[in-house]
Write a protein that binds this ligand. Structure first.
Ligand SMILES: *[C@@H]1O[C@H](CO)[C@@H](O)[C@H](O)[C@H]1NC(C)=O
Ligand SMILES: *[C@@H]1O[C@H](CO)[C@@H](O)[C@H](O)[C@H]1NC(C)=O
Ligand SMILES: *[C@@H]1O[C@H](CO)[C@@H](O)[C@H](O)[C@H]1NC(C)=O
Ligand SMILES: *[C@@H]1O[C@H](CO)[C@@H](O)[C@H](O)[C@H]1NC(C)=O
Ligand SMILES: *[C@@H]1O[C@H](CO)[C@@H](O)[C@H](O)[C@H]1NC(C)=O
Ligand SMILES: *[C@@H]1O[C@H](CO)[C@@H](O)[C@H](O)[C@H]1NC(C)=O
Ligand SMILES: *[C@@H]1O[C@H](CO)[C@@H](O)[C@H](O)[C@H]1NC(C)=O
Ligand SMILES: *[C@@H]1O[C@H](CO)[C@@H](O)[C@H](O)[C@H]1NC(C)=O
Ligand SMILES: *[C@@H]1O[C@H](CO)[C@@H](O)[C@H](O)[C@H]1NC(C)=O
Length: 295
Protein backbone atom coordinates (compact mmCIF):
# COMPACT_ATOMS: atom_id res chain seq x y z
CA UNK A 1 0.00 0.00 0.00
CA UNK A 2 1.21 3.53 -0.43
CA UNK A 3 -0.04 5.18 2.66
CA UNK A 4 2.35 8.05 2.12
CA UNK A 5 0.21 9.29 -0.70
CA UNK A 6 -2.49 10.06 1.81
CA UNK A 7 -0.24 12.22 3.92
CA UNK A 8 -0.98 14.76 5.32
CA UNK A 9 -4.52 13.64 5.07
CA UNK A 10 -6.53 12.03 7.77
CA UNK A 11 -6.17 8.34 8.36
CA UNK A 12 -7.79 6.15 10.92
CA UNK A 13 -5.93 3.01 11.69
CA UNK A 14 -7.22 -0.44 12.42
CA UNK A 15 -5.38 -0.55 15.72
CA UNK A 16 -5.90 1.55 18.77
CA UNK A 17 -4.09 4.63 17.56
CA UNK A 18 -3.70 6.58 14.40
CA UNK A 19 -1.08 5.50 11.94
CA UNK A 20 -0.52 9.13 11.26
CA UNK A 21 -0.67 11.98 13.64
CA UNK A 22 0.88 15.21 12.60
CA UNK A 23 -0.32 17.14 15.59
CA UNK A 24 -3.80 17.93 14.44
CA UNK A 25 -6.93 17.87 16.48
CA UNK A 26 -7.11 14.21 17.44
CA UNK A 27 -8.93 14.06 20.72
CA UNK A 28 -10.55 10.82 19.59
CA UNK A 29 -7.78 8.23 19.52
CA UNK A 30 -9.42 6.34 16.70
CA UNK A 31 -8.87 9.05 14.21
CA UNK A 32 -7.02 12.08 13.14
CA UNK A 33 -8.80 15.03 11.67
CA UNK A 34 -6.72 17.76 10.14
CA UNK A 35 -7.06 21.26 11.43
CA UNK A 36 -7.02 22.87 8.06
CA UNK A 37 -10.54 23.29 6.86
CA UNK A 38 -11.73 22.09 3.52
CA UNK A 39 -11.42 24.70 0.81
CA UNK A 40 -14.66 26.61 0.26
CA UNK A 41 -15.40 24.74 -2.97
CA UNK A 42 -15.80 21.43 -1.19
CA UNK A 43 -17.68 22.61 1.84
CA UNK A 44 -21.24 21.37 1.90
CA UNK A 45 -23.54 24.13 0.81
CA UNK A 46 -26.76 22.39 1.46
CA UNK A 47 -28.52 21.79 4.72
CA UNK A 48 -27.36 18.22 4.88
CA UNK A 49 -29.28 15.62 6.79
CA UNK A 50 -27.64 12.65 8.37
CA UNK A 51 -25.05 15.03 9.72
CA UNK A 52 -27.42 17.81 8.92
CA UNK A 53 -27.86 19.89 11.90
CA UNK A 54 -24.16 19.95 12.56
CA UNK A 55 -23.35 21.75 9.36
CA UNK A 56 -26.47 23.85 9.36
CA UNK A 57 -25.90 25.14 12.85
CA UNK A 58 -22.48 26.52 12.12
CA UNK A 59 -20.29 23.79 13.56
CA UNK A 60 -17.16 23.23 11.57
CA UNK A 61 -16.44 20.38 9.22
CA UNK A 62 -14.50 18.32 11.74
CA UNK A 63 -17.39 18.39 14.14
CA UNK A 64 -19.72 17.33 11.38
CA UNK A 65 -17.48 14.46 10.40
CA UNK A 66 -17.25 13.23 13.96
CA UNK A 67 -20.98 13.29 14.23
CA UNK A 68 -21.44 11.06 11.25
CA UNK A 69 -18.64 8.73 12.11
CA UNK A 70 -19.28 8.13 15.75
CA UNK A 71 -22.82 9.03 16.65
CA UNK A 72 -24.87 8.86 13.49
CA UNK A 73 -28.15 8.95 15.33
CA UNK A 74 -27.38 11.86 17.56
CA UNK A 75 -29.87 14.63 17.07
CA UNK A 76 -29.07 18.24 17.52
CA UNK A 77 -31.51 20.51 19.20
CA UNK A 78 -32.29 23.42 17.01
CA UNK A 79 -34.40 26.45 17.60
CA UNK A 80 -37.21 26.20 15.11
CA UNK A 81 -38.31 29.73 15.82
CA UNK A 82 -41.97 30.55 15.55
CA UNK A 83 -43.65 27.66 13.80
CA UNK A 84 -47.35 27.68 13.12
CA UNK A 85 -49.75 24.81 12.69
CA UNK A 86 -50.27 23.78 9.07
CA UNK A 87 -50.87 20.69 6.93
CA UNK A 88 -54.30 19.62 8.19
CA UNK A 89 -53.08 20.29 11.74
CA UNK A 90 -50.42 17.60 11.41
CA UNK A 91 -47.44 19.88 10.77
CA UNK A 92 -45.63 22.93 12.04
CA UNK A 93 -44.44 25.35 9.41
CA UNK A 94 -42.50 28.49 8.88
CA UNK A 95 -42.09 30.06 5.45
CA UNK A 96 -39.70 27.40 4.13
CA UNK A 97 -39.79 24.41 6.48
CA UNK A 98 -42.55 21.99 7.40
CA UNK A 99 -42.18 19.51 10.22
CA UNK A 100 -44.83 16.82 9.80
CA UNK A 101 -42.87 14.17 11.67
CA UNK A 102 -43.88 11.63 14.30
CA UNK A 103 -47.50 10.80 13.57
CA UNK A 104 -46.92 7.13 12.97
CA UNK A 105 -49.82 5.39 11.27
CA UNK A 106 -51.95 8.55 11.63
CA UNK A 107 -50.20 10.22 8.71
CA UNK A 108 -50.05 8.36 5.42
CA UNK A 109 -50.21 11.24 2.88
CA UNK A 110 -48.52 14.60 2.41
CA UNK A 111 -51.00 17.35 3.22
CA UNK A 112 -51.23 20.72 1.58
CA UNK A 113 -48.49 23.04 2.85
CA UNK A 114 -47.55 26.70 2.37
CA UNK A 115 -46.27 27.16 -1.19
CA UNK A 116 -42.84 28.39 -0.05
CA UNK A 117 -41.95 25.19 1.77
CA UNK A 118 -38.73 23.70 0.39
CA UNK A 119 -37.82 21.34 3.23
CA UNK A 120 -40.26 18.69 4.38
CA UNK A 121 -39.60 16.58 7.44
CA UNK A 122 -41.85 13.54 7.18
CA UNK A 123 -39.96 11.11 9.40
CA UNK A 124 -41.73 8.58 11.65
CA UNK A 125 -44.98 8.45 9.66
CA UNK A 126 -46.37 5.80 7.29
CA UNK A 127 -45.97 7.21 3.82
CA UNK A 128 -47.92 5.07 1.37
CA UNK A 129 -46.12 6.03 -1.81
CA UNK A 130 -48.32 3.76 -3.83
CA UNK A 131 -49.43 6.30 -6.43
CA UNK A 132 -47.50 8.74 -8.60
CA UNK A 133 -49.24 11.78 -7.10
CA UNK A 134 -48.05 11.09 -3.58
CA UNK A 135 -45.89 14.25 -3.47
CA UNK A 136 -48.30 16.40 -5.49
CA UNK A 137 -48.79 18.82 -2.56
CA UNK A 138 -45.09 19.61 -2.21
CA UNK A 139 -43.66 19.77 -5.72
CA UNK A 140 -41.31 22.64 -4.79
CA UNK A 141 -39.26 20.87 -2.15
CA UNK A 142 -35.51 20.39 -2.48
CA UNK A 143 -35.02 18.55 0.82
CA UNK A 144 -37.07 15.61 2.00
CA UNK A 145 -36.68 13.51 5.10
CA UNK A 146 -38.87 10.46 4.94
CA UNK A 147 -36.97 7.97 7.05
CA UNK A 148 -38.69 5.53 9.42
CA UNK A 149 -41.90 5.26 7.39
CA UNK A 150 -41.90 1.49 6.86
CA UNK A 151 -41.84 2.14 3.13
CA UNK A 152 -41.76 -1.11 1.18
CA UNK A 153 -42.58 0.06 -2.29
CA UNK A 154 -42.45 3.32 -4.23
CA UNK A 155 -44.70 4.10 -7.14
CA UNK A 156 -42.40 4.41 -10.19
CA UNK A 157 -43.36 8.02 -11.05
CA UNK A 158 -43.77 9.40 -7.54
CA UNK A 159 -40.41 11.17 -7.42
CA UNK A 160 -40.84 12.61 -10.91
CA UNK A 161 -43.08 15.28 -9.38
CA UNK A 162 -40.10 16.62 -7.38
CA UNK A 163 -37.87 18.25 -10.01
CA UNK A 164 -35.89 20.25 -7.44
CA UNK A 165 -35.14 17.47 -4.99
CA UNK A 166 -31.50 17.51 -3.88
CA UNK A 167 -31.36 16.05 -0.40
CA UNK A 168 -33.20 12.86 0.38
CA UNK A 169 -33.18 10.89 3.61
CA UNK A 170 -34.86 7.51 3.22
CA UNK A 171 -33.10 5.75 6.05
CA UNK A 172 -34.60 2.86 8.01
CA UNK A 173 -37.31 1.96 5.54
CA UNK A 174 -37.90 -1.51 4.09
CA UNK A 175 -36.53 -1.03 0.61
CA UNK A 176 -34.21 -3.07 -1.61
CA UNK A 177 -31.97 -2.04 -4.50
CA UNK A 178 -34.85 -2.96 -6.80
CA UNK A 179 -37.57 -1.05 -4.98
CA UNK A 180 -35.20 1.92 -4.66
CA UNK A 181 -35.18 2.37 -8.44
CA UNK A 182 -37.64 5.32 -8.49
CA UNK A 183 -35.26 7.18 -6.17
CA UNK A 184 -32.05 6.29 -7.99
CA UNK A 185 -33.58 7.91 -11.07
CA UNK A 186 -33.72 11.34 -9.41
CA UNK A 187 -30.84 12.98 -11.27
CA UNK A 188 -30.89 16.18 -9.21
CA UNK A 189 -29.87 14.43 -5.98
CA UNK A 190 -26.75 15.73 -4.28
CA UNK A 191 -27.17 13.77 -1.07
CA UNK A 192 -28.82 10.43 -0.49
CA UNK A 193 -29.28 8.62 2.80
CA UNK A 194 -30.22 4.94 2.65
CA UNK A 195 -28.93 3.80 6.02
CA UNK A 196 -30.06 0.79 8.03
CA UNK A 197 -32.22 -0.89 5.40
CA UNK A 198 -30.69 -4.37 5.25
CA UNK A 199 -29.28 -3.63 1.80
CA UNK A 200 -26.89 -6.36 0.67
CA UNK A 201 -23.88 -6.11 -1.62
CA UNK A 202 -24.20 -3.24 -4.07
CA UNK A 203 -25.08 -4.73 -7.49
CA UNK A 204 -22.21 -4.34 -9.98
CA UNK A 205 -24.12 -2.17 -12.43
CA UNK A 206 -26.28 -0.19 -10.03
CA UNK A 207 -24.78 3.21 -10.76
CA UNK A 208 -24.12 2.44 -14.39
CA UNK A 209 -27.84 2.04 -14.67
CA UNK A 210 -28.46 5.10 -12.45
CA UNK A 211 -25.55 7.50 -12.85
CA UNK A 212 -26.34 10.17 -10.29
CA UNK A 213 -23.86 12.70 -11.61
CA UNK A 214 -24.69 15.37 -9.07
CA UNK A 215 -24.51 13.07 -6.08
CA UNK A 216 -21.84 14.24 -3.62
CA UNK A 217 -22.77 12.43 -0.44
CA UNK A 218 -23.98 8.87 -0.10
CA UNK A 219 -24.80 7.38 3.30
CA UNK A 220 -25.19 3.62 3.42
CA UNK A 221 -24.09 2.66 6.89
CA UNK A 222 -25.76 -0.06 8.90
CA UNK A 223 -26.67 -2.25 5.96
CA UNK A 224 -25.72 -5.84 5.18
CA UNK A 225 -22.94 -5.62 2.65
CA UNK A 226 -20.38 -8.40 2.85
CA UNK A 227 -18.24 -7.81 -0.20
CA UNK A 228 -17.43 -4.35 -1.39
CA UNK A 229 -16.05 -3.50 -4.80
CA UNK A 230 -15.57 0.25 -4.75
CA UNK A 231 -15.71 0.18 -8.57
CA UNK A 232 -19.49 0.22 -8.27
CA UNK A 233 -19.27 3.85 -7.14
CA UNK A 234 -17.00 4.97 -9.97
CA UNK A 235 -19.89 6.21 -12.16
CA UNK A 236 -20.80 8.70 -9.39
CA UNK A 237 -18.23 11.14 -10.63
CA UNK A 238 -18.93 13.88 -8.11
CA UNK A 239 -19.06 11.65 -5.08
CA UNK A 240 -16.92 13.15 -2.36
CA UNK A 241 -18.27 11.51 0.77
CA UNK A 242 -19.09 7.83 1.12
CA UNK A 243 -20.27 6.47 4.44
CA UNK A 244 -20.30 2.68 4.61
CA UNK A 245 -19.70 1.97 8.28
CA UNK A 246 -21.39 -0.80 10.24
CA UNK A 247 -21.60 -3.31 7.45
CA UNK A 248 -19.96 -6.72 7.72
CA UNK A 249 -17.49 -6.27 4.92
CA UNK A 250 -14.95 -9.07 4.78
CA UNK A 251 -13.72 -8.45 1.25
CA UNK A 252 -12.92 -5.07 -0.22
CA UNK A 253 -11.61 -4.16 -3.64
CA UNK A 254 -10.53 -0.59 -4.25
CA UNK A 255 -10.45 1.48 -7.41
CA UNK A 256 -9.51 4.95 -8.61
CA UNK A 257 -11.96 7.45 -7.09
CA UNK A 258 -10.48 10.84 -7.91
CA UNK A 259 -13.02 13.03 -6.16
CA UNK A 260 -13.52 11.15 -2.95
CA UNK A 261 -12.64 13.23 0.13
CA UNK A 262 -14.19 11.13 2.84
CA UNK A 263 -14.57 7.39 3.19
CA UNK A 264 -15.77 5.66 6.30
CA UNK A 265 -15.64 1.92 6.72
CA UNK A 266 -15.61 1.88 10.49
CA UNK A 267 -17.17 -0.98 12.41
CA UNK A 268 -17.05 -3.25 9.36
CA UNK A 269 -14.44 -5.68 10.60
CA UNK A 270 -12.33 -5.28 7.48
CA UNK A 271 -9.46 -7.72 8.00
CA UNK A 272 -6.69 -5.83 6.22
CA UNK A 273 -5.76 -2.34 5.16
CA UNK A 274 -7.33 -1.66 1.75
CA UNK A 275 -5.08 -1.08 -1.23
CA UNK A 276 -4.67 2.66 -1.73
CA UNK A 277 -2.28 2.71 -4.69
CA UNK A 278 -2.54 1.78 -8.33
CA UNK A 279 -1.32 -1.70 -9.19
CA UNK A 280 2.16 -0.92 -10.52
CA UNK A 281 2.66 2.65 -9.47
CA UNK A 282 2.86 4.77 -6.39
CA UNK A 283 -0.02 6.94 -7.59
CA UNK A 284 -2.84 7.15 -5.10
CA UNK A 285 -6.20 5.67 -5.96
CA UNK A 286 -7.74 8.38 -3.77
CA UNK A 287 -5.75 11.52 -4.60
CA UNK A 288 -8.17 13.86 -2.85
CA UNK A 289 -8.98 11.77 0.20
CA UNK A 290 -8.86 13.70 3.46
CA UNK A 291 -10.51 11.37 5.92
CA UNK A 292 -10.58 7.59 6.14
CA UNK A 293 -12.20 5.65 8.97
CA UNK A 294 -11.46 1.97 9.25
CA UNK A 295 -11.71 0.97 12.87
C1 LIG B 1 -13.66 23.06 15.14
O1 LIG B 1 -14.35 23.23 16.34
C2 LIG B 1 -13.69 22.68 17.46
C3 LIG B 1 -14.57 22.88 18.69
O2 LIG B 1 -15.88 23.14 18.31
C4 LIG B 1 -12.35 23.36 17.65
O3 LIG B 1 -11.67 22.76 18.74
C5 LIG B 1 -11.54 23.21 16.39
O4 LIG B 1 -10.34 23.94 16.52
C6 LIG B 1 -12.31 23.75 15.22
N1 LIG B 1 -11.55 23.52 14.00
C7 LIG B 1 -11.44 24.47 13.09
C8 LIG B 1 -10.65 24.08 11.90
O5 LIG B 1 -11.94 25.57 13.21
C1 LIG C 1 -37.66 27.79 9.41
O1 LIG C 1 -37.16 26.83 10.34
C2 LIG C 1 -35.95 26.26 9.95
C3 LIG C 1 -35.63 25.17 10.93
O2 LIG C 1 -35.40 25.72 12.17
C4 LIG C 1 -34.86 27.31 9.90
O3 LIG C 1 -33.65 26.74 9.50
C5 LIG C 1 -35.28 28.37 8.91
O4 LIG C 1 -34.35 29.42 8.95
C6 LIG C 1 -36.65 28.92 9.26
N1 LIG C 1 -37.06 29.79 8.17
C7 LIG C 1 -37.69 30.91 8.37
C8 LIG C 1 -38.05 31.69 7.17
O5 LIG C 1 -37.94 31.31 9.51
C1 LIG D 1 -41.56 34.81 17.90
O1 LIG D 1 -42.77 35.48 18.24
C2 LIG D 1 -42.58 36.38 19.32
C3 LIG D 1 -43.95 36.95 19.71
O2 LIG D 1 -44.79 36.99 18.61
C4 LIG D 1 -41.62 37.49 18.90
O3 LIG D 1 -41.41 38.39 19.96
C5 LIG D 1 -40.29 36.83 18.52
O4 LIG D 1 -39.40 37.81 18.02
C6 LIG D 1 -40.49 35.79 17.46
N1 LIG D 1 -39.25 35.06 17.25
C7 LIG D 1 -38.80 34.79 16.05
C8 LIG D 1 -37.51 34.01 16.00
O5 LIG D 1 -39.35 35.11 15.02
C1 LIG E 1 -37.01 15.69 11.49
O1 LIG E 1 -37.90 15.21 12.46
C2 LIG E 1 -37.33 14.27 13.34
C3 LIG E 1 -38.43 13.74 14.22
O2 LIG E 1 -39.16 14.79 14.78
C4 LIG E 1 -36.23 14.94 14.12
O3 LIG E 1 -35.64 14.03 15.01
C5 LIG E 1 -35.19 15.45 13.15
O4 LIG E 1 -34.19 16.16 13.85
C6 LIG E 1 -35.82 16.36 12.13
N1 LIG E 1 -34.82 16.70 11.14
C7 LIG E 1 -34.36 17.92 10.98
C8 LIG E 1 -33.28 18.08 9.96
O5 LIG E 1 -34.77 18.86 11.60
C1 LIG F 1 -52.90 8.75 16.40
O1 LIG F 1 -54.20 9.26 16.62
C2 LIG F 1 -54.81 8.79 17.83
C3 LIG F 1 -56.25 9.30 17.86
O2 LIG F 1 -56.25 10.68 17.66
C4 LIG F 1 -54.00 9.27 19.01
O3 LIG F 1 -54.56 8.78 20.21
C5 LIG F 1 -52.59 8.74 18.88
O4 LIG F 1 -51.77 9.27 19.92
C6 LIG F 1 -51.98 9.17 17.54
N1 LIG F 1 -50.70 8.57 17.35
C7 LIG F 1 -49.61 9.29 17.06
C8 LIG F 1 -48.34 8.54 16.93
O5 LIG F 1 -49.64 10.49 16.89
C1 LIG G 1 -53.20 17.37 -0.74
O1 LIG G 1 -53.63 17.99 0.44
C2 LIG G 1 -55.04 17.93 0.67
C3 LIG G 1 -55.32 18.75 1.90
O2 LIG G 1 -54.41 18.50 2.91
C4 LIG G 1 -55.45 16.47 0.83
O3 LIG G 1 -56.82 16.38 1.04
C5 LIG G 1 -55.07 15.73 -0.43
O4 LIG G 1 -55.35 14.36 -0.28
C6 LIG G 1 -53.59 15.89 -0.69
N1 LIG G 1 -53.24 15.31 -1.97
C7 LIG G 1 -52.50 14.22 -2.09
C8 LIG G 1 -52.22 13.77 -3.48
O5 LIG G 1 -52.05 13.63 -1.12
C1 LIG H 1 -38.93 -4.03 7.97
O1 LIG H 1 -40.18 -3.88 8.59
C2 LIG H 1 -40.37 -4.61 9.79
C3 LIG H 1 -41.73 -4.29 10.33
O2 LIG H 1 -42.69 -4.68 9.43
C4 LIG H 1 -39.29 -4.27 10.80
O3 LIG H 1 -39.45 -5.07 11.94
C5 LIG H 1 -37.94 -4.49 10.19
O4 LIG H 1 -36.95 -4.10 11.11
C6 LIG H 1 -37.80 -3.70 8.93
N1 LIG H 1 -36.52 -3.93 8.34
C7 LIG H 1 -35.69 -2.95 8.04
C8 LIG H 1 -34.41 -3.34 7.47
O5 LIG H 1 -35.99 -1.78 8.20
C1 LIG I 1 -14.59 -5.04 -9.25
O1 LIG I 1 -15.28 -4.41 -10.30
C2 LIG I 1 -14.45 -4.22 -11.46
C3 LIG I 1 -15.26 -3.41 -12.45
O2 LIG I 1 -16.51 -3.99 -12.65
C4 LIG I 1 -14.04 -5.58 -12.00
O3 LIG I 1 -13.20 -5.40 -13.10
C5 LIG I 1 -13.30 -6.34 -10.91
O4 LIG I 1 -13.02 -7.65 -11.36
C6 LIG I 1 -14.17 -6.43 -9.67
N1 LIG I 1 -13.40 -7.06 -8.61
C7 LIG I 1 -13.85 -8.10 -7.94
C8 LIG I 1 -12.95 -8.65 -6.87
O5 LIG I 1 -14.95 -8.62 -8.18
C1 LIG J 1 1.70 -4.66 -13.47
O1 LIG J 1 2.91 -5.38 -13.53
C2 LIG J 1 2.74 -6.76 -13.92
C3 LIG J 1 4.10 -7.46 -13.80
O2 LIG J 1 5.12 -6.60 -14.17
C4 LIG J 1 2.18 -6.79 -15.33
O3 LIG J 1 1.98 -8.14 -15.72
C5 LIG J 1 0.85 -6.06 -15.35
O4 LIG J 1 0.32 -5.99 -16.65
C6 LIG J 1 1.00 -4.65 -14.81
N1 LIG J 1 -0.31 -4.04 -14.67
C7 LIG J 1 -0.57 -2.81 -15.09
C8 LIG J 1 -1.96 -2.29 -14.85
O5 LIG J 1 0.27 -2.09 -15.63
Amino acid sequence: MCLATLFPLAVAAMGEKSLLNNGGDSSDPRTFVPNNELPPAVRPETGDTGEPSALASGLNESDAIRTVAFSPDEEFNSDFGNMTSCGDGMCRCNATYADCSKHGANLTYVPQLPPGVTFLNFTYNRAHINHDDFFRNVTGIDHLEIGDNEIRWISPGAFKTLPKLKILDLGRNNLTYTTLAPVLSVKTLTKLNVIEMSLGNVPDDLFHDYPLLQLEILLMYGNKMRKLNLSVFAPLRNLRKLVLGSNKISEIETTYLPNLRYLSLDDCGIPFFPETCGENSSASLFPRLETLYLK
